[in-house]
Design a protein around this ligand. Structure first.
Ligand code: MG
Ligand code: ZN
Length: 223
C-alpha cells in the first residue's frame, strides 16, 4: 500500500510554486496572493483598486472559487484580463492550478498578477502559488479576535488589510486589539486599513503594491 503524507504533497506543491515564480520573474510579473474569509471583500477591493492601477500598471486577475464565475465576471467587466479557476469543492488554490492559469495569460505584458484565493482562513496559508507577496484581508464584521484565532494565516502573510472600515462605527471591533494580537502572532506583518466599498485607503494600498513591484522589477512594461 502506498502512503502519501501531507508533507510530501506540500513539498510537491512548493516545487511547482517555485517554477511559477521563475516564470513570473522572467516575465517581470509580480504575483500577489490575496487571502481571507468568504465575504471579507476581496473581489470588491480588486474592483475598486482597478481604478487606481489603470494607466500605471498592467494587471491581471486570477479568481479562485469553489463554484461559479461570478467574481471573475465582476472583474472582467472592468476590462481586466481575468482567469477564473473553479476548484470543484477544493478549499484552496494550489500551485498546479495557478500554473495552468498562467498558460492563458500574456505574462510578458503584465506587471501585476492579483490572485484571489478561495475564501478560507485556514489551509490556503499552507499552499505557495509562486507569489512574491501575500496579503490577508480581515473585515470589520468578522470580529477583532481573528488574528489570535487564526495565527497560521496571519503569520504567513506580508501584510494584513483591515477592510470595511466604513462599518467601524456600527460594530464592536477594536483595532488596537488586532494590533496587539499581531504584535504577538506576527510582529513583522504590516497592517493597513481601508474600505473597498467607499474607496477610503485604497489608493494607498494600490500605491504600496506598485512600490513593492518596482522594488523587484523597476519600471512597468507599459512605460
Ligand atoms: Mg471573491
Ligand atoms: Zn484547503
Amino acid at each position: 500500500m502506498e502512503i502519501i503524507i501531507a508533507k510530501d504533497i506540500m513539498k510537491a506543491n512548493d516545487q511547482i510554486a517555485e517554477a511559477n515564480l521563475s516564470r513570473l520573474d522572467q516575465a517581470g510579473t509580480y504575483g500577489v496572493n490575496l487571502l481571507g474569509s468568504p465575504g471579507c471583500g476581496k473581489t470588491t477591493l480588486l474592483e475598486t483598486m482597478s481604478g487606481y492601477l489603470r494607466g500605471r500598471l498592467n494587471f491581471a486577475v486570477i479568481e479562485g472559487d469553489l463554484a461559479t464565475s461570478r467574481d471573475g465576471e465582476r472583474v472582467e467587466a472592468l476590462g481586466v484580463p481575468t482567469i477564473q479557476i473553479n476548484t470543484g469543492g477544493g478549499c484552496h488554490l494550489d500551485a498546479t492550478m495557478v500554473a495552468t492559469a498562467l498558460e492563458s495569460l500574456h505574462l510578458e505584458t503584465i506587471d501585476l498578477l492579483l490572485i484571489e484565493n478561495v475564501g478560507n482562513l485556514v489551509c490556503p496559508a499552507g499552499f505557495r502559488l509562486g507569489e512574491r507577496l501575500r496579503v490577508a484581508l480581515l473585515s470589520i464584521p468578522e470580529g477583532d479576535d481573528k488574528v489570535a484565532k487564526y495565527p497560521t494565516m496571519f503569520s504567513a502573510v506580508d501584510a494584513i488589510v483591515i477592510n470595511k472600515i466604513d462599518l467601524l462605527p456600527y460594530l464592536d471591533f477594536d483595532l488596537d486589539r488586532v494590533r496587539s494580537d499581531l504584535q504577538i502572532v506576527a510582529p513583522q506583518v504590516e497592517m493597513m486599513i481601508l474600505s473597498g466599498r467607499t474607496g477610503e485607503g485604497v489608493a494607498d494600498f494600490a500605491n504600496w503594491l506598485a512600490v513593492k513591484r518596482s522594488e523587484v522589477f523597476g519600471v512597468p512594461h507599459s512605460q
